[in-house]
Design a protein around this ligand. Structure first.
Ligand SMILES: Nc1ncnc2c1ncn2[C@@H]1O[C@H](COP(=O)(O)OP(=O)(O)OP(=O)(O)O)[C@@H](O)[C@H]1O
Length: 228
């Protein structure tokens, strides 16, 4: 049996605030296998973003371990963690954060260029991803010339340019109307599944959560299976 793409073991995160210590993650355990699409729900402030930041190596948790692709990233120095993050993790946020003066093709190809894969590879990969997301006719449009749902699909493509093993999405449809949210979610789901990526998706949208392979609720700093 292959090892999990992501393994969190007893992950803890406590923020220090003016009014004292705020424990948000109190020992989170989670395993994600390749191709799994897993939902993360919980009330506002329950710690979903904090969990994604620890899992994606954007923050160091205060306790526990984060393993990506079988590598224990908790013992790594910052430089090594950054290399794992850039090569193995893709992020999608509520707002697309696309560069307005660049085309969809250029936005999606950029992570490939930054990773040194060259212009031809990056353009080919961007074209393939955008076409799979139904944007083959929008390659040369700038973000301002795209609808909200199209912009978010471009952001999803960009997150997958460098063929990450792990996709972390924080409210990827939170800024969209319900119909568009369903279309974008379906596109994300199909693409992640098709590419064999493990995805962890934080959402307030319980309608969409029902379509995920597994869903966890973040409650009192722990993950509990969602009963739906
Ligand atoms: N850097 C920080 N310093 C202090 N407190 C923080 C920090 N980041 C987050 N928090 C607090 O930690 C708690 C969890 O925040 P987090 O953003 O992870 O929740 P969330 O479940 O993603 O919320 P939402 O659904 O509203 O996005 C909140 O009470 C928040 O105010």
């Amino acid at each position: 049996m292959s090892s999990p793409v992501l393994r969190l073991t007893k992950v803890e995160r406590t923020y220090v605030t003016d009014s004292g210590q705020l424990p948000v993650l109190r020992g989170v355990d989670l395993e994600l296998m390749a191709g799994e699409i897993v939902g993360l729900i919980g009330p506002s402030g329950s710690g979903k973003s904090s969990l994604l930041h620890s899992a994606g190596l954007l923050e160091r948790p205060d306790g526990g371990t984060v393993e990506i692709g079988g590598q224990n990233c908790s013992d790594m120095k910052d430089g090594a963690r950054t290399r794992v993050r850039l090569s193995q993790v893709g992020f999608v946020y509520q707002f697309h954060h696309l560069l307005p003066e660049f085309s969809a093709l250029q936005n999606v190809g950029m992570p490939g260029m930054i990773a040194g894969r060259g212009e031809a590879w990056s353009a080919e990969r961007a074209t393939e991803l955008l076409t799979q997301l139904g944007l083959g006719e929008r390659l040369h449009h700038q973000p301002g010339q795209l609808s909200g749902g199209e912009q978010q699909r471009v952001a999803i493509a960009r997150a997958l340019t460098n063929q990450p093993r792990l996709l972390l999405a924080d409210e990827p449809t939170g800024n969209l109307d319900p119909e568009t949210a369903a279309v974008v979610f379906q596109a994300l789901y199909d693409l992640a599944r098709g590419q064999g990526v493990a995805a962890l998706i934080a959402t307030h949208n319980l309608e969409l959560a029902r379509f995920m392979d597994r869903v966890f609720t973040l409650k009192d700093g722990h993950l509990e299976p969602w009963q739906g």
